[in-house]
Design a protein. Structure first.
Length: 291
């Protein structure tokens, strides 16, 4: 399967990564001058290169000129954008993740592990994950912040909406920790397939309903809304996500940089009381309760 590969050399790699994902990239990797890939960096392993290349993979039919123009417009340092297409085997990305990713514990009661590195601890739920081409393995700070919130809060018996579900990791974690139902929504068909497959492998397929975000999805009153996407969509989707939550329900917003937190929070301020923000490696998690 061929992918369009777009390379961005920039002094602002996190912003380049955000723009590539917002432009429809199915995955983004960060590479230094020596072509050393980071993929989703492990917690604490922030790359310190002075110049970083962000590489986004898109569908081969994506509009390369439009994406490049968008990058040049929004990146502040006028990046050099190289375009190329090449064949990338899906399983190569999965093998890299499985090889490099250790089991990860969140809170006191949740393990996220590749199948080959399963951990079973009494009193803990174990989530086995094969990300495929969908975003969300638990190693990225924004995903880790959401998993930590789920592991530290009581979701037993609750209904959950996972908006921008990626691999399905957040909704599956909630189900493993006692949630009764999760509706998982994403614009990417690959994410829907990955979510259904991961739910099946974790034995929670009966509790998950994975949908593409189109005319099929209509808001429903959930007890918890999880949205690990990007700052701009979080702002634009504030009315939809607010209407999808019961009064007294809780919302968790992630995928935003520290400097974007005030703007995102302002979009929800009229309907929510906020908890203290939590930041990790330049990324922020916002959590709040609906009035």
């Amino acid at each position: 399967m061929a992918f369009l590969q777009i390379r961005v050399l920039s002094d602002h790699p996190e912003f380049a990564e955000e723009l590539l994902l917002a432009s429809g990239a199915s995955s983004v990797s960060l590479v230094d001058a020596g072509d050393d890939p980071v993929l989703e960096p492990a917690p604490g392993a922030t790359p310190l290169w002075s110049r970083t290349v962000a590489i986004g993979l898109f569908d081969a039919q994506a509009d390369a000129a439009r994406i490049s123009d968008n990058l040049r417009e929004y990146l502040p340092d006028g990046p050099t954008v190289e375009l190329s297409t090449e064949l990338v085997e899906d399983q190569d990305w999965v093998r890299v993740w499985l090889k490099d990713c250790p089991p990860m514990k969140f809170g006191e009661r949740l393990w996220v592990c590749p199948h080959e590195k399963r951990v079973d601890e009494p009193g803990c739920a174990t989530l086995l994950l094969d990300p495929g081409l969908a975003f969300g393995t638990g190693t990225h700070p924004s995903t880790a912040l959401c998993l930590d919130w789920i592991a530290r809060n009581d979701v037993d018996g609750l209904e959950v909406l996972d908006f921008g579900c990626g691999s399905g990791i957040l909704g599956i974690a909630a189900l493993k920790l006692g949630a009764v139902r999760c509706t998982s929504v994403d614009i990417d068909p690959q994410a829907i397939l990955a979510t259904r497959d991961n739910a099946r492998q974790n034995g929670v397929q009966a509790g998950i309903n994975a949908l593409e975000h189109d005319a099929v999805f209509t808001p429903f009153p959930a007890d918890v809304v999880l949205a690990n996407i990007l700052a701009r969509p979080l702002i634009e989707l504030a009315p939809l996500l607010t209407s999808s939550l019961k009064p007294g329900g809780r919302i968790v917003l992630a995928g935003l940089l520290d400097r974007q937190a005030d703007e995102v929070r302002a979009a929800y301020a009229a309907a929510f009381d906020f908890e203290a923000d939590v930041s990790r490696e330049g990324w922020t998690r916002i959590a709040a309760r609906k009035r």
